[in-house]
Write a protein that binds this ligand. Structure first.
Ligand code: SAM
Ligand code: SF4
Length: 332
């Protein structure tokens, strides 16, 4: 298994399939001024499969498809089929806003997807419209139900807590984990890429200390669950008698850089070494160089170099993170 220069074991690759999205969450994508990658710059299904084969050859086991909104890729089923068929792939999951899961859930399961993380900030249709814009709560909920029925479980639901939008609705979201065997996780805002979304992410930040206080005030004490996975970015808790789990992902108030096990691949074929820094290494050029061995050895070399160069630490407490890319351009 590859280790970085801080002795962290890196075995998890998050693959962004697109920078486009069918939502415009207030902290992620502005309504105007967006310029998306042309299709020719996106890695193809075959190129993504080759990166996965190279990654497995150096010890990567865990893979996640993200974006932008990964379900917008018309060849998503082919991508899932290709990755899940690679020997050595231990886990393949998807992060989505679930709007298109109604029709995609069953075929994705059949193609080899294990489970999904769903991003939904509120159970109140008016808040969803205001915070996530463009989509509707009903459509997202139908998508989650379809995913659960198809066996893409356990459902992990991610909500980004945003002052003035949903911070008073966290108790309703947390209640889902009492009734259902879901993981309901609360994420702290991060200011990525500059611009209006980054500014909003600083101004509207709510600490998970505050969110936890709200939930415990209404639902009672949370008991911490020892994690089976030390690299889990979520600290997990249970309410007595609950079927599910409540989690807090707190990059600002409780950074977890020390246990990070992730490498990221952007939709345009760069290894992005850390979500909260700009360092990148191009792999698309090697993928398109047409080597007789399919470039696998070269791609594996680039990945090992990327792992070795992985930085640690961030500047979120000073309100700084990436300059060059926003969350939807890296893959969350
Ligand atoms: N579209 C998919 C979704 O929303 O789940 C996948 C991509 S999205 C960029 C991945 C994750 O990033 C989502 O859970 C979303 O809530 C989170 N996210 C986006 N912008 C964020 C920000 N400024 N701070 C914290 N989390 C953010
Ligand atoms: Fe789209 Fe996900 Fe960003 Fe929302 S958080 S705008 S759903 S990419």
């Amino acid at each position: 298994m590859p280790r970085d220069s801080f002795n962290r074991e890196i075995d998890y690759l998050r693959i962004s399939l697109t920078d486009r999205c069918n939502l415009r969450c207030v902290y992620c994508m502005p309504l105007e001024g967006l310029r998306f990658l042309p299709n020719a710059e996106l890695l193809t299904a075959g190129e993504i499969e080759r990166v996965v084969r190279a990654a497995v050859s150096v010890g990567f086991r865990k893979f996640r498809l993200t974006g932008g909104e990964p379900t917008l890729r018309l060849d998503l089923l082919e991508i899932v089929e290709r990755i899940s068929a690679v020997p050595g792939v231990g886990d393949l999951a998807l992060t989505t806003n679930a709007l298109l899961m109604g029709k995609l859930a069953a075929p994705l399961k059949a193609a080899g997807l294990a489970r999904i993380n769903v991003h939904l900030d509120s159970l109140n249709p008016a808040t969803v419209e205001r915070q996530m814009r463009w989509g509707t709560f009903a459509r997202a909920w139908d998508g989650i139900m379809a995913a659960e029925a198809a066996g893409l479980t356990p459902i992990k639901l991610n909500a980004v807590v945003t002052a003035g939008f949903n911070e008073n609705e966290v108790v309703d979201l947390a209640r889902l984990a009492i009734e259902r065997d879901w993981h309901v996780r609360f994420i702290e805002l991060m200011p990525l890429g500059g611009g209006e979304c980054a500014t909003l992410s600083i101004k509207r930040y709510v600490s998970n200390i505050e969110t936890r206080r709200r939930i415990e005030g209404a639902l009672g004490a949370l008991g911490e669950i020892a994690s089976a996975n030390p690299a889990d970015e979520s600290r997990n808790y249970r309410i007595a008698g609950a079927r599910g789990v409540i989690g807090f992902i707190s990059p600002v108030s409780e950074p977890y850089c020390g246990t990070c096990n992730r490498m990221r691949l952007t939709a345009d074929g760069k290894f992005h070494l850390c979500l909260l820094n700009d360092d990148e290494l191009d792999v698309r050029k090697a993928l398109r160089a047409g080597n007789s061995d399919g470039g696998l050895e070269r791609i594996a070399q680039i990945l090992v170099t990327a792992v070795a160069g992985k930085p640690t630490g961030h500047h979120l407490l000073e309100g700084r993170s990436t300059r060059d890319r926003s969350m939807y351009q890296i893959g969350g």
